[in-house]
Every structure is written in structure tokens, then in C-alpha cells.
Design a protein around this ligand. Structure first.
Ligand SMILES: [Zn+2]
Ligand SMILES: [Zn+2]
Length: 725
């Protein structure tokens, strides 16, 4: 079909679950280039979109609707647009859904408004009330504040402040809507580096200078100074006029990281994560688009910021499962960071003390390169790791800590040192059971036990958030005082510690006690200030923090992560426990780590005790290669779910019936998912397993593309799944 030459048309991608852009007419007088943000009509709505390219010509030119407005902001860079295309194809998501990730800063595209703030004048109101006086006294420092800020700071209503504006006591001043981004001093010298660090830094700087894509594993034990090394690469990127992005797995780590960055570069970088206010998101989004924000530290979604001059991505703790996004468009931010770097022709650095098997195999097969930092920087030594065989040295009845571990904690406590008990289980007890009839209390909406949280006196579902008071009588047989708590969570360990060490100062670190980065900071500060003797924590304590007085680490249940059957169970357990162990003895006092286990002969425990990570990874690689699991084969997960169990089953059978036969492709399922019921939805799973060289996306497309499921049924696809629930 030919387009009427007098009408110029462009294709516009819209951030809705649509696979393709639509054509729109460009009215005379408007300039809509690829990447321009535009407002277009869609049905009765007006909607934001991005010009994706020339019109496809697939639509009748006479019936094209016109672009209504071209927004006055820098267009989406080409590398970002190609990244959206690439990701949509790889994750089998509609392109519009991926685009939505890239423009998820509501208001960022509206024209910048000036903000009106107020300063105190010499004029006083005719009538002075106590509330008015508070405002006057607060404003006496001559700082300009908005009406809202003044009202909040003084605890009065907006009306009181407006009254003072009307009386001329407060005078308006115009402020730029957004605070500027500080200059980052990339030319300043950082901390002195060891020879090993300096050599690694030189390598990294040369890569950044080369303006070419490369993927590099920065592999160094905890405390070897990897951050200082990649900061040199950041400095090089900035010196060359490029932007840099550093991805962190957890928001909780951000504040400490910002401080480190500031110590090195004199200013803090921009932040990007879900805890930011809308206004701050707008500021950062625009700052990145306009090139004013030079360094961004953020969560995985920072990959979609509209960088125009990006010259380096660092993925810190690259092995972390938190980089995998499970909801909506499911993607692995580490792998997508590599793609983004490749599209932008610059290096990506993957940093870890316990690299993922995926990355190690990529190094061994020559796709990624590696720089090793073997030594701990400074005087610190690696902690010694000992397995406590719980069959030989069992805890007392009703307790969870082995006598040997208790003795070690007592020794550290007497010496004025700190101990940490690690248990990756929130709450008091993971299961509540009736002694009379054996009934287990489950979530009504999920296939999951309710977890007792004794401080809150509630039973809670960790999957959907359902909660209920702990019942007095068994809900099944009615027996009173028959319910017992089975197994320990961190709260129960705290109870045991309080009995054994009644004088000790104990701090529980889990997501139930700590909300937001600031409460994390406060908890960590108290530990550093030695206001805490014994720390009891979930995986929150595993990462990133230096506790110089921590000398004993006890892992309460080292076998816990091995219980679930997923293919990375051993790898994840190894990584997590290795990281927990790395918290001990980071200063001059050597650390001792104790693993409570019923399986001391397990490969994971043996490798941890021997400190032989590479032997563990080699065995793990062999085991996966034998059965062609990732990274030696490919996987895709498919979950069919519905609030109507019959409908879910019917469509799962339909999928099973229509799965095409193909060489080197096995479709396993449907089977009830381990979480067979989640938030009231019945879930059935397929697992597609293929050889490494099979185009799994093409197979999935051929299978699911023609499928027309009703609205009540959801079919979600996860390429390279990390969760098998
Ligand atoms: Zn009962
Ligand atoms: Zn639930």
C-alpha cells in the first residue's frame, strides 16, 4: 500500500500492552523525529507516545489521525529505543509494555514549572495569633519555603500561612522547580589503591576509554576493594564526558553506597528507585535526559532511564536474584545491562565476590572477560568457617542453637565483641500446628502456611499479605490451647538468646522491623557504634555492611535454602552463606563462622568450610551440564492462572494439546505450581526446556502466538525463570 506523498506519517509506540506502533499523520508545522515524545489521540483519549520511525504505510493514509502535540523535551535516544525493541523480543512482551518501563515518571514530560516559595518581610499582620507567630518565628531564618512546607514545619493549616501571605507578612519568590545536580569531582584522587587494585583499575579505565562494548567480571572476595576499583572506571567515563549507571540489588544498600560515593567524588550521585518521591523521580528522569545527571545509582528500572551519553554500567553484586523482575515484563537486569551496553557500545562491569554460574560460564566460554582481586584489602583476613553437625551436637530440647555456637557467642560477648545469628526466616515460627488433630494453619488464598509473628500477635501469609489473629482454638477440631509453633523464625531465636544472655543488647534485623532505607541506616549505625551485642537477622544482614567488631557469625539453619527444589538452590545457598560469612572479621579481629547443618557432607557445606568457591562452581557446572540446565540449556516458564479453577485447568490442557513438536525442545507440564493457589488464583505451570542453540522465543511465539485466551485466564511467560513457584 502506498502512502499519499503529500501526507507525512510516522509510527508512534504507545505505552500500553500493544505489540506494534500505530501510524499517525504529522500535521504541517510540527516536527516529529524518531524519539520525539508526542501526544496522540487513541479512541476517545489523548495519550503520550514516542515516535518510533517512519510510518509503516499499513494503514489507510486518509484515515490517519494527526499528532496533537510534540513535547519540548529531549527525545528518547536511539539506543534506548533499540533497547525497548530488543527487550520486547527477548522477553516476549508487547513493545508498548516495555516502553512503559522507560517513561514511568509521571509528569516528567510536562513543561517545568517554577515553584513559588515565600520569605518573611518586615510587615506583621494586624492580628497576631499563636499559630501565626509560630510561622513568623520559623520563617525568621529567611529560607524560602512553599506554603505546604511552612504549614508542615509549624504544624498549622495551609490557611494560616495563606493569611500571612495576604497580610504581606510573607512575600513570594520564584524558585526553579528542580534542585540542580551537583558537579562530581571526577579528577580528584581516590583512596590509595593496592597494587592489585591499581592494576585492575587501569584495565577498567582502558576499557572505558576504548568506546567499545565489553563485558567484564570483577571477581574479588568480600573486602577486596572492588568498589574502589570500579569507581576508577566511573571517573574515566565522567572524564570522557559520558554518563555512568551503577545498579544495586537492594534499596537498603543505597544510603551506605551514596556515602561511599561521596567520600570518593565529593558529591552524591542521583538515585533511582521505588522509594523516591514523584517529584524526585521527575527531577532525575529529566536530569538524565538533559545530561545534567552524570551518575545514577539505582535499582534495575534505572536501566530504562533516557541516558544520552551513557558510557558505563556497573552491576554490583551481579549474582543477586533481586535483579530478576518477576512481575509484568519479566527480565533479568544483569543480562539486560549487558544488552544495553552492547547496543550503546560501551563496557559493562559485573562485580561480585560470589559470581553467578551464568557469568562464570560466560567467562569460561570467552564471552565475558575477568579481572580477579584475590586479597582482602588491608589487614583483614578471611574468616574461618566451621560446620556444626547438628546430629552430633544437638541443641537442648525446644531450642535451636547448638551448645558449641552458644559457647562461641558467650566468648565474644565476654570479650566485648559482637555476634550475629543469621536465619532467613521472618517472624516467630513458620508453621502453626494443632497437637490434637494435626491441622496446619494455611492461608485461605494461597498454598502456603501462615507464619506466626508473635510481636504483632498475628498469623501472616508471606505471599499475599493476608493476616489474622492467632486463634485460641484449632479452626479444624476446636480443641483449645492445642496450637503449637513449629520451627524457628528470627523472633524465636531472639527469645532464646534473651533467655541465655539476659543482659545482652539484642537487635533483630528483618523487613518486619525495618521499613525504608533510613531505619536500616539507624540499625546499622547502632551496630557500628557497638550499642548492640548480638544481631539476629534475615538476609538483610548478608550484604554490604562492615561491622568491625563482629567476630562470630552463626548460621542457624544452613540447610534451609537447599530444601526448595529449584535448579539454583545449591548455588544460591552457597552465595548467601558465603556473603553472611564475609560479614565477620572485616577489621583486625579475625572472624569465626559456624554453620549449623544436618548435612555437613553436602557439597555446599564442604566448599564453604574449605573456602573453595571455584571447586564448588566447577562441580555445580558439571551437574547442570549433565542435564542441560541453564546456562547449558535454556528454560522458559509458563503459568496459566485464573480465579476459576476449572477454567485454568481447561486452558492448561488446551496449551498442552497445542504445543508444537520441535527438535531439542521438551514441554514439561502442566502441573499444579508449587504455589498452586496464589491470591485466590489457581495456577498451573509448564516448563519449556531446550538446547542452548534453540531459539526459544521463536518456539514460544509459534506456540502461544495463535492462542486466544479469555480475559479471565492469564498466561504469563518467563524467559530464563529464576522462580519456580
Ligand atoms: Zn485441631
Ligand atoms: Zn496468602
Amino acid at each position: 500500500m502506498s502512502v499519499n506523498p503529500s501526507t507525512k506519517s510516522v509510527s508512534v509506540l504507545i505505552p500500553l500492552a500493544l505489540p506494534e506502533p500505530y501510524d499517525y499523520e504529522v500535521p504541517a508545522g510540527l516536527i516529529a523525529e524518531p524519539g520525539s515524545y508526542v501526544i496522540v489521540p487513541l479512541g476517545a483519549q489523548q495519550i503520550l507516545g514516542v515516535v518510533w520511525g517512519e510510518g509503516s504505510g499499513a494503514f489507510d493514509a486518509k484515515r490517519l489521525k494527526p499528532i496533537l502535540e510534540v513535547l519540548d523535551v529531549p527525545g528518547m535516544p536511539e539506543a534506548s529505543r533499540r533497547f525497548v525493541d530488543w527487550m520486547a523480543q527477548y522477553t516476549l512482551s508487547p513493545r508498548g509494555s516495555v516502553l512503559r518501563l522507560a517513561i514511568r515518571a509521571p509528569g516528567a514530560l510536562e513543561p517545568q514549572r517554577m515553584r513559588v516559595a515565600y520569605r518573611l518581610t518586615e510587615t506583621r499582620p494586624a492580628r497576631m495569633t499563636p499559630a501565626r507567630l509560630r510561622v513568623v518565628e520559623t520563617a525568621a531564618d529567611q529560607f524560602a519555603r512553599t506554603i505546604r512546607e511552612l504549614a508542615e514545619e509549624t504544624g498549622v493549616s495551609d490557611g494560616v500561612v495563606r493569611g500571612l501571605v495576604d497580610a504581606g507578612t510573607l512575600a513570594p519568590v520564584e524558585l526553579p522547580a528542580e534542585a540542580p545536580f551537583p558537579e562530581i569531582d571526577f579528577a580528584s584522587a581516590g583512596k590509595p589503591l593496592s597494587d592489585a587494585q591499581a592494576a585492575a583499575a587501569a584495565d577498567l579505565r582502558a576499557r572505558v576509554a576504548s568506546d567499545e562494548f565489553s563485558a567484564l567480571l570483577l571477581d574479588g572476595v568480600t573486602g577486596s576493594g572492588k568498589t574502589e576499583v570500579y569507581f576508577e572506571a566511573v571517573a574515566e567515563a565522567l572524564a570522557r564526558g559520558r554518563q555512568a549507571l551503577i545498579l544495586l540489588p537492594e534499596i537498603a544498600l543505597t544510603n551506605q553506597f551514596l556515602d561511599r560515593f561521596e567520600a570518593r567524588f565529593g558529591e552524591k550521585p542521583a538515585e533511582w528507585h521505588s522509594d523516591l518521591s514523584t517529584r524526585e523521580r521527575v527531577r532525575v528522569w529529566r536530569g538524565v535526559a538533559e545530561g545534567r545527571a552524570r551518575v545514577v545509582v539505582g535499582a534495575r528500572s534505572a536501566l530504562f532511564l533516557p541516558f544520552t551519553e551513557l558510557g558505563l554500567i556497573v552491576v554490583d553484586e551481579e549474582h543477586e536474584a533481586a535483579f530478576k523482575q518477576e512481575d509484568g515484563v519479566s527480565y533479568h537486569a544483569r543480562d539486560m545491562a549487558v544488552v544495553r551496553a552492547s547496543l550503546g557500545h560501551f563496557p559493562v562491569i559485573l562485580s561480585s565476590a560470589t559470581p553467578s554460574l551464568e557469568t562464570i560460564v560466560n567467562v569460561e566460554q570467552g564471552r565475558y572477560e575477568r579481572v580477579v582481586l584475590a586479597e582482602r584489602h588491608g589487614a583483614a583476613e578471611m574468616p574461618s568457617i566451621t560446620a556444626i553437625d547438628m546430629r552430633d551436637d544437638p541443641p537442648e530440647r525446644g531450642r535451636w542453637l547448638a551448645p558449641k555456637l552458644v559457647a562461641e557467642i558467650a566468648r565474644a560477648y565476654a570479650a566485648g565483641e559482637q555476634s550475629m545469628l543469621f536465619l532467613n526466616r521472618r517472624g516467630y515460627a513458620p508453621l502453626t500446628l494443632c497437637r490434637t488433630c494435626g491441622h496446619r494453619i494455611e492461608c485461605p488464598q494461597c498454598t502456603a502456611w501462615l507464619v506466626e509473628h508473635r510481636f504483632r500477635r498475628e498469623l501472616v501469609c508471606h505471599h499475599c499479605g493476608y493476616s489474622a489473629p492467632v486463634p485460641k482454638a484449632c479452626p479444624s477440631c476446636g480443641a483449645e490451647d492445642s496450637l503449637i509453633a513449629c520451627g524457628p523464625g528470627v523472633e524465636r531465636i531472639a527469645e532464646e538468646v534473651a533467655e541465655i544472655f539476659p543482659q545482652a543488647r539484642v537487635s533483630i534485623l528483618s523487613s518486619d522491623n525495618l521499613r525504608g532505607p533510613l531505619s536500616h541506616e539507624e540499625a546499622f549505625r547502632a551496630i557500628e557504634a557497638r550499642e548492640v551485642d548480638i544481631i539476629i537477622g534475615t538476609q538483610i544482614v548478608a550484604k554490604g555492611h562492615h561491622f568491625p567488631w563482629l567476630t562470630v557469625v552463626g548460621v542457624v539453619d544452613a540447610d534451609l535454602g537447599l530444601e526448595n527444589g529449584d535448579l539454583r538452590a545449591a548455588e544460591r545457598t552457597f552465595q548467601l552463606l558465603q556473603q553472611v560469612a564475609g560479614r565477620a572479621g572485616r577489621a583486625e579481629r579475625p572472624g569465626r563462622v559456624y554453620l549449623q547443618t544436618y548435612m555437613p557432607e553436602h557439597t555446599v557445606m564442604r566448599a564453604l568450610v574449605a573456602g573453595d568457591r571455584d571447586a564448588f562452581l566447577a562441580r555445580e557446572a558439571e551437574a547442570r551440564e549433565r542435564v542441560a540446565l541453564p546456562p547449558f540449556g535454556r528454560l522458559a516458564g509458563v503459568v496459566v492462572s485464573s480465579n476459576d479453577a476449572n477454567l485454568a485447568q481447561k486452558w492448561a490442557r488446551e496449551l498442552a494439546r497445542t504445543a508444537p513438536n520441535a527438535e531439542n525442545v521438551a514441554v514439561l507440564g502442566p502441573a499444579p505450581a508449587p504455589l498452586a493457589l496464589l491470591r485466590g488464583r489457581t495456577r498451573l505451570r509448564f516448563l519449556v526446556k531446550t538446547g542452548r542453540n534453540v531459539n526459544i522465543q521463536a518456539y514460544m511465539q509459534a506456540w502461544l502466538g495463535p492462542l486466544k485466551v479469555p480475559g479471565a485466564v492469564r498466561v504469563s511467560v518467563d524467559i530464563d525463570p529464576y522462580s519456580f513457584l
